[in-house]
Design a protein around this ligand. Structure first.
Ligand code: PMP
Length: 393
């Protein structure tokens, strides 16, 4: 008898059931083709133009990131080798954290291994078991997982529904209340009503944690995100989380806010304490990306032009127009979304179907993610391909 055969769950049957429901996920190898535009070659040799990446400013292929990573690598060390508190950090980490803090005009920035780890860490590190966590219904999985890890009472408020949130804030509670939302929602691309969220947090003496994964680099002057977009001061939120794997075109994440909180998280966030520090050359590349992102007004304008073309071309479709590079085309059933993604693929476009639990049941969709690395011809090509699948919706 093998160990596997003694397991209770029949994994093969579970996988088959997933496939039957159109919910089986698979990773595939997509090799980048040379050049700034997001072309890839799949393992069958097909060339695909991607609309799946969160590399909103097209920085992932920028020579400045490559040069910074290579120069840092020349110092001879790749992996950092240990957790930051154990093996120390390098000058590249310090320079990046300082530059991020200057950019956001906050006291301090703490680097994390990824946005997922940052969200686990801040929620479990700051929020206590007797607290109340109020999460937007569409909050990212990493925020939900962090909330669960905190042991606090978790309640979800209807998406961007301030009245619902206020009712929950009015109920008696034992500890502190925390509101958790995203500046830009990852799947719908819409914005949180931040001025109102911040006012509610102040009125009910609640903390406000904001995930800016899809906002930094995209919204506001110098790409400073939601606070800049809404004209709010840094103190309008308790803490912000940013990831370096999206508009920065790199990898890693950070938490930005008052020093007393970042210092506390260094003691209490287990996903910080027990992760290996980012490779120094990844931090160096992120630092180079920050310069491009701050000066990236031209890229943001170009992106807006692409979005306008796409939105004009998609009028009349079941479409979630947003002010961000994330544009959702709702197909409904998993099967319809999978069919649409397959049809796009046969036209040389990579835009996978997004299904539950990433989006609510019945709202399977194509999540079209635009990048400043696309050009207007790319959008026309996408629109033509979408035209072909119009009948199949
Ligand atoms: N927050 C949000 C809103 C996200 O969309 C994501 C990534 N999809 C994360 C956090 C996690 O970030 P990372 O990919 O850096 O782990």
């Amino acid at each position: 008898m093998t160990i596997a055969s003694t397991l209770h769950c029949d994994w093969e049957a579970a996988l088959a059931a997933r496939a039957e429901a159109g919910l089986l996920r698979q990773t595939e190898v997509l090799q980048p083709l040379p050049g700034p535009r997001p072309f890839y070659r799949d393992s069958a040799g097909q060339t695909l133009l991607s609309f799946a990446s969160n590399d909103y400013l097209g920085l992932a292929r920028h020579p400045a990131l490559r040069a910074a990573a290579t120069a840092s690598f020349a110092s001879g060390e790749y992996g950092a080798g240990a957790a930051p508190l154990l093996g120390g950090v390098r000058a590249e980490h310090e320079a990046l954290a300082q530059a991020l803090a200057d950019w956001l005009e906050v006291e301090d920035v703490l680097l994390f291994g990824s946005g997922y780890l940052a969200n686990l860490g801040i929620l479990s590190g700051l929020v206590e078991g007797r607290d109340l966590l109020l999460l937007d219904r569409l909050a990212h999985a990493s925020l939900i997982d962090g909330a669960r890890l905190s042991g606090a009472r978790l309640q979800r408020f209807r998406h961007n529904d301030l009245a619902h949130l206020e009712t929950l804030l009015q109920k008696p509670r034992r500890g502190r209340a925390w509101i958790v939302s995203e500046g830009v929602f990852s799947m719908d691309g819409d914005l949180a009503p931040l001025p109102e969220l911040s006012a509610l947090a102040a009125r009910y003496d609640a903390g406000l944690l904001l995930d800016e994964a899809h906002a930094f680099g995209v919204l506001g002057a110098q790409g400073r995100g939601s606070l800049a977009y809404w004209g709010l001061p840094a103190g309008a939120v308790t803490l912000r989380v940013g990831t370096l794997g999206k508009a920065f075109g790199s990898y890693g994440a950070f938490v930005a806010g008052p020093r007393r909180l970042t210092r506390w998280l260094q003691q209490a966030a287990r996903s910080y304490l027990f992760h290996t520090a980012l490779p120094a050359n990844v931090a160096a590349a992120s630092r180079a990306a920050l310069d491009l992102l701050r000066e990236g007004e031209g890229l943001r304008q170009h992106l807006q032009g692409l979005r306008n073309t796409l939105q004009a071309g998609l009028q009349g479709r079941a479409f979630l127009p947003s002010q961000t590079p994330i544009q959702g085309l709702i197909l409904g059933s998993n099967a319809a979304a999978l069919r649409a993604a397959a049809a796009l693929r046969s036209a040389g476009i990579y835009c996978p179907a997004v299904r539950p639990p990433t989006v609510p049941v019945g709202q399977a969709r194509l999540r079209i993610s635009l990048s400043a690395a696309h050009n207007q011809d790319d959008i026309q090509r996408l629109l033509c391909a979408l035209q072909l699948i119009a009948g199949g919706e």
